[in-house]
Design a protein around this ligand. Sequence first.
Ligand SMILES: Cc1cc2nc3c(=O)[nH]c(=O)nc-3n(C[C@H](O)[C@H](O)[C@H](O)COP(=O)(O)OP(=O)(O)OC[C@H]3O[C@@H](n4cnc5c(N)ncnc54)[C@H](O)[C@@H]3O)c2cc1C
Length: 202
Amino acid sequence: MKTNPKTVGMYSSRDNTEAKCLFIFKSGPLPYDRHNPEAQKQLVADTFGSENGWETQRLLQAMKAAEDFYFDEICQVHMPAWSKGRVALVGDAAYGPSPLSGQGSSLALVGAYVLAGELKLAQGDYTRAFAAYEREMRAFVEKNQKIGQSAAEGMVASSSFKIILQNWMLRVPFLMNAMFQMISKMIAKAANGIELKGYGET
Ligand SMILES: Cc1cc2nc3c(=O)[nH]c(=O)nc-3n(C[C@H](O)[C@H](O)[C@H](O)COP(=O)(O)OP(=O)(O)OC[C@H]3O[C@@H](n4cnc5c(N)ncnc54)[C@H](O)[C@@H]3O)c2cc1C
């Protein structure tokens, strides 16, 4: 059965000193004021207001008082080319993999390193450097963007069967552990999926 996909979750951060909450839902394009957090909180409250499971209502109350509230759409950037003329894009602007991938900063840093290195190797021939930058990075970026796509599909499952299966796995420690191990391996493989050149550093 198709369902209206929504997820509420919590995770720890900063060495278990902070508890963060996330509300994720699927929808068509939403007109909202990017400069008005109160209106954004209301949008989340309206979307989850009728959900009475787990800690949802308590977390919605906490959200109202939160000073570090952040609201955005989950999306990826896919550009057919990362440069034009003398301009090249790096990081999110070229290949943002979405916050759900957890790989955006790594891609941006690796991209900046490779671009700088290729510019050095090409000795000022930016056309050659930009082409090499893209050649070195494309497959790595695609692998890491896949993590974002899989995470989005997993975190807002769109069928009742998948939700039941997921909830059941999360309640069985052995299965939960196996699932996290599998996900961690997949992330580690993608995150290490590029052989960085030395670019003649001294
Ligand atoms: C909620 C959330 C959670 C995330 N979690 C993770 C995570 O766990 N792990 C991870 O690796 N990544 C995570 N990311 C993604 C990560 O933050 C980005 O992928 C990364 O910051 C991209 O770096 P960037 O340099 O490309 O862009 P940005 O960090 O966005 O830097 C772009 C800069 O350009 C500035 N700017 C924009 N327009 C102009 C202009 N016209 N003139 C001058 N300056 C301008 C901006 O102010 C900004 O400082 C998360 C992102 C979000 C939103």
